[in-house]
Design a protein around this ligand. Structure first.
Ligand code: SF4
Length: 380
């Protein structure tokens, strides 16, 4: 079982908070697509005979792809790999790209899941984030996507935006419920280094996000969505039954995935991670010369243990203590249980039937909390 991620590194406009790899110059789009096709041919052995169950077009903005480009990529993937007949094929899209004819084209090309970057139904938030679309465009895009026959849709929302009141966040969630979209990914606005937002916060042009407001809005997200029947199955992801993301689910289970395109990451399902060069011109140059251009690292036992904690504790199921003992031994399990005593006492971590999970309160401080449970390699 394996997944494939394809990174499309182009955007019409740079969102102020974004630290993904992308270019707003689209002139290299045709040569990057050709290079991705070359890369997937070169890296066929990485997947071998494993059945590809999920394909994910991420970015960047994959909805900038033209009909011939999507068809070419999917045809090349199907020629190089054994793709399941019912594979989940997701494409990330920005609302301003999804008119009726584009939606029809995506559907007939074989895209069966859309991830739509709505971010907010409030115009002031969209402007502050420098999004390329309006709230009205988001609403009509969602209606058009449903009319085109897409039922497996997820959308993104961002909370903790300076100036977004709890009442306005609740209105955003209520608008989401009105559309009856089965999946939601919701993220707290964070100020990443080297972004425009970082510069604006540093120079006082924008206020920094308020952690207390973010925590309250995260609690509202979980409570209001759960009351509507959504399962809060991962810190940032909520789904109606039957609509969880298979692709991301496989990342969290530690299954193999191949990442294609500039900056894409791959994992061999055991102990090796690799990442492509995050530079469009360099990527095209290497592939034109018939060379894949990635660096890789072998994970130590500590890395594998820490990654299991980092992904597992973000999920509803939590981490499996029996599995940890089996894979890493009794001493490491005992050390983990000892490190978890204080967070369990403080109600941040819950111990349940051979598993540890984060409480709702623990989920909001997950990064620091999980890092405190990490295993540090002993100096030799
Ligand atoms: S559209 Fe997505 S990838 Fe592009 S700049 Fe905005 S957030 Fe980043």
């Amino acid at each position: 079982m394996a997944g494939i991620y394809i990174h499309i590194p182009f955007c019409k406009k740079a969102c102020h908070y974004c630290n993904f790899h992308f270019s707003t110059s689209l002139k290299q789009q045709p040569s990057v697509i050709s290079a991705i096709v070359k890369e997937l041919e070169l890296r066929q052995d990485f997947i071998g005979s494993d059945l590809v169950e999920t394909i994910y077009f991420g970015g960047g903005t994959p909805s900038l792809l033209h009909k011939d480009e999507i068809e070419r990529l999917l045809a090349a993937l199907k020629a190089a790999f054994q793709v399941a007949d019912d594979a989940e094929i997701t494409l990330e899209a920005n609302p301003d790209d999804l008119g009726p004819s584009k939606l029809e084209m995506l559907k007939s090309a074989g895209i069966n899941r859309l991830s739509i970057g709505v971010q907010s139904f409030r115009e002031a938030d969209l402007q502050m984030m420098n999004r390329a679309h309006s709230a009205d465009q988001s609403s009509s895009c969602l209606r058009n996507a449903q009319a085109a026959g897409f039922d497996n849709i997820t959308m993104d929302l961002i909370y903790g935006v300076p100036g977004l009141s709890n009442k306005e966040w609740q209105e955003n969630l209520e608008t989401f419920f009105e559309f009856e979209i089965p999946h939601l990914s919701a993220y707290a606005l964070t100020v990443e280094p080297s972004t425009a937002l970082h510069h604006f916060v540093k120079t006082g042009k924008y206020p920094a996000p308020d952690e207390e407001a973010s925590a309250q809005q995260f609690e509202m997200l979980s409570r209001l969505c759960t009351a509507k029947g959504y399962e809060h199955y991962e810190i940032s992801n909520l789904a109606l039954p039957g609509y969880r993301s298979k692709h991301n689910g496989n990342y969290w289970k530690g299954l193999k995935y191949l990442g294609l395109g500039p900056s894409a990451h791959s994992f061999d399902g055991r102990s090796q991670r690799s990442w492509n060069v995050a530079n469009n011109a360099g990527y095209v140059r290497a592939l034109s010369a018939g060379e894949a251009c990635f660096e890789s690292e072998d994970l130590t036992l500590e890395d594998r243990f820490n990654e299991y904690l980092m992904t597992g504790l973000r999920t509803e199921a939590g981490i499996d203590l029996e599995w940890i003992e089996q894979e890493f031994g009794t001493v490491w399990l005992q050390d983990l249980l000892e490190a978890a005593v204080v967070p369990i006492r403080d109600g941040l971590v819950l111990g349940k039937k051979n598993a540890l999970k984060l409480s709702l309160q623990g989920k909001f401080v997950s990064d620091g909390l999980i890092a405190d449970l990490f295993r540090i390699a002993e100096e030799s």
